[in-house]
Design a protein around this ligand. Structure first.
Ligand code: HEM
Length: 200
């Protein structure tokens, strides 16, 4: 994840940058911070990829490093957003009124999905070349089924997921439209009659 190639102490933490077989190039380097994150001291030894035989290492992969940094960056920002809400609630028993809080909240859902996809990249790329660590390699686990069968199954999955996505989006649009209609009449509290309607 951090593209640490050589086992050592005082390891620099890199925010982004390019992962190469000799370490990270470019990016924002914070000297000693990787060691600190591992053992709360810059003297902590960080185990590098040089402890793993070359044939058992994942590729020197910039995508993996970026996915990790993006996931942790978003996770940290979400914790910050939660802290903002918590602090305001503690002081005023109310939601933060800042437009920036509302903008960030609206963005947080999409950001969490992006973080989730990044997390998935981290595990799937980072596990290479193992599908079961120390037991079975990905190259030994690839199906031996004919290509026509693989393409058929993939097509079926794509169609099924496209249908699920279609009905999901239609349902959300329907809920939104119902909420708008109920809100416009103002005859009754909208959240009483509309499922998932926001409370006033
Ligand atoms: C400070 C914030 C975060 C840290 C330090 C962190 C750390 C990690 C680590 C170390 C892994 C790899 C675990 C392994 O060895 O398999 C991982 C995986 C993952 N993370 Fe994060 N993460 C953070 C935030 C987030 C957020 C905000 C999301 C989503 C909303 C997320 C979603 C995932 C997912 C889906 C995986 C893959 C799980 C799997 O397939 O086994 N992470 N994370």
């Amino acid at each position: 994840m951090e593209c640490v190639q050589k086992t050592s102490t005082h390891v620099t933490e890199y925010i982004y940058g390019r992962c190469t077989s000799t370490g990270v190039k470019g990016g924002l380097g914070i000297p000693g911070f990787d060691s600190f994150l591992v053992g709360f001291s810059t003297d902590t030894k960080v185990t590098g990829l040089d402890t793993v035989p070359p044939s058992d290492r994942p590729p020197a992969n910039t995508m993996l490093h970026w996915a990790f940094d993006t996931m942790v960056g978003i996770g940290t920002a979400l914790i910050g957003l939660g802290a903002w809400l918590g602090f305001t609630w503690w002081r005023r028993h109310d939601l933060p009124r800042s437009k920036w809080f509302l903008r960030a909240s609206a963005l947080s859902g999409a950001a969490a999905i992006l973080a989730m996809e990044c997390g998935w990249i981290v595990t799937e790329v980072g596990r290479q070349p193992w599908i079961v660590y120390g037991v079975m390699r990905v190259s030994d686990a690839v199906t031996g089924a004919p290509a026509a069968f693989v393409w058929t199954m993939l097509s079926v999955l794509v169609v099924v997921y496209a249908l699920i996505a279609y009905f999901f989006i239609m349902l959300l649009l329907k809920l939104a439209a119902r909420w708008r209609r109920e809100d416009a009449t103002e005859t009754q509290e909208p959240e009483i009659r509309v499922p998932y309607g926001p409370r006033s």
